[in-house]
Design a protein around this ligand. Structure first.
Ligand code: HAM
Length: 430
């Protein structure tokens, strides 16, 4: 039997990994400017963590988690990053060290969903969590941070921000009761899944993609009508700050999201270009003011988001591929190999990207490889020239060749690498 990658899990080969690195670097730099620091938590957590925090009746917990038992512990490969980060926040009593913490993370998440374009079983998220700031300023600042990352920094067009508020947990319960009352008489119009949801978690019906559920939900009551005064004022504050920042958003009272921990502000960033089909949500997040306390910590409000790296990469305009070496070092015979290695190492110490050809063989083949890699120069190391204490440098674009003293070769090449259009380039004899 041919061995292949597990269904829904992808290899990222170097050509593609370059784009990943670019996105990750942009994310890190962007959130750094907003005061975030990285947190790294384990990929395995206790199954109970996700069951309690994400919610027993969510799709993620009901049917998507990779769970198993080992050494008597019930473990789950993390389906998302928020629960683990909050567990770490509580476990390390971070609230005793600082009043507000801003954390970010990057890494793989695992959900046994049906694979499709933009929907995988191992996928990557970049996310942020803020603990200790009740908003609404923090909520608007976070949404603005994501918006500018996607549009200005990553060059993604046609992004829509959808916004809703779930109120505090009391509102959620009142809303669940109102939805139950609304859907009960039209129960048989709902999909089988949603008929089940009606008793356990009626908010999930609003999240359903089934056309009959969508149709039935059209006239459903709006949660915004059930918000109490403080929740309404909070939501109004978020909108006011977003208006001041010039971030456009659409208030969508049917937005509930697939995880049960949210309170108050809820948001999604959606692409309107259709490339991702049903997977059009690229960022999801919201406030979850009860989680830290639910994990045995103090009452600390929190808000966060995560974005799907694969989905964002589909939308990011293509930029050029892998980085070329500046210098390709071609030793023409075995006795020159050590000198070539030393030259390569010396150049790297000066910060230059170098590849040394270890295959041996003909110069022509080595020059072809240097060209294919996009190297700017090829250092040709051969016995005759070494005897004279020099090495040949071929400028690959100008097809010009010169000799430089071996002892100075690394310094000269490093200067040219740092100043590619400078006066030192493309001189020499043919
Ligand atoms: P989520 O909406 O489940 O939220 O996931 C966030 C993003 O991860 C989605 O918008 C999507 O881009 C990406 N994503 C989710 N599932 C998949 C998949 N199967 N394949 C590819 N991409 C996927 C959360 O995970 C929350 N922890 C976000 C959060 C952080 N809320 C508060 N803090």
């Amino acid at each position: 039997m041919e061995l292949r990658a597990v269904k829904g899990m992808n290899d990222i080969l170097p050509d593609e990994a370059v784009r990943w690195q670019r996105l990750e670097a942009a994310f890190r730099e962007h959130v750094r400017l907003h005061g975030y620091d990285e947190v790294r938590t384990p990929i395995l957590e206790s199954t109970a963590l996700f069951q309690r925090q994400i919610g027993e009746t969510t799709d993620v917990v009901e049917k998507e988690m990779y769970s198993f038992e080992r050494h008597g512990d019930a473990l789950t490969v993390r389906p998302e990053g928020t629960a683990g980060a909050a567990r770490a926040y509580v476990e390390h009593k971070v609230h005793t060290k600082e009043p507000v913490s801003r954390w970010y993370y990057l890494g793989p998440m695992f959900r046994g969903e049906r694979p499709a374009k933009g929907r995988y079983r191992q996928f990557y998220q970049a996310g942020c969590e803020v603990y200790g700031d009740p908003g609404p300023l923090a909520d608007a600042e976070m949404i603005d941070m994501i918006f500018s990352l996607l549009t200005t920094r990553l060059g993604i067009a046609n992004i829509e921000v959808r916004l809703n508020s779930l109120g505090a947990s009391g509102t959620r319960q009142r809303y669940a009761a109102a939805l139950k009352q609304f859907f009960d008489p039209i129960k048989d119009k709902l999909s089988e899944d949603s008929q089940r949801r009606l008793d356990k978690n009626p908010l999930r019906i609003l999240d359903s993609k089934a056309p009959r559920d969508r149709e039935a939900a059209q006239a459903a009551p709006s949660i915004l009508e059930l918000l109490d005064e403080t929740d309404s004022a909070h939501f109004a504050g978020v909108k006011k700050h977003l208006d001041a920042l010039g971030v456009r958003y659409v208030v969508d009272p049917t937005l509930v999201r697939g995880l049960d921990y949210y309170t108050r502000t809820l948001f999604e960033f959606v692409t309107t270009t259709g490339e991702l089909g049903a997977q059009s949500t690229v960022v999801g997040g919201g406030r979850y003011d009860n989680m830290v306390e639910g994990l045995g910590g103090p009452s600390v409000p929190a808000i966060g988001f995560a974005m799907g790296i694969e989905r964002l990469l589909t939308l990011m305009p293509d930029a050029s591929g892998r980085e070329a070496p500046f210098c390709y070092v071609a030793p023409l015979s075995e006795p020159c190999a050590s000198t070539a290695l030393v030259l390569g190492r010396d150049l790297r110490r000066l910060g230059v990207r170098v590849e040394v050809d270890g295959r041996g063989g003909k110069l022509k083949a080595m020059l072809r490889r240097a060209d294919a890699l996009g190297a700017k120069v090829c250092a040709i190391v051969c016995e005759g020239e070494l005897e004279r204490g020099v090495v040949a440098i071929k400028n690959l674009a100008a097809h010009a060749q010169e000799e430089v003293p071996l002892a100075d070769a690394a310094r000269i090449l490093a200067e040219r690498a740092a100043n590619p259009s400078g006066s030192g380039d493309a001189r020499g004899t043919h």
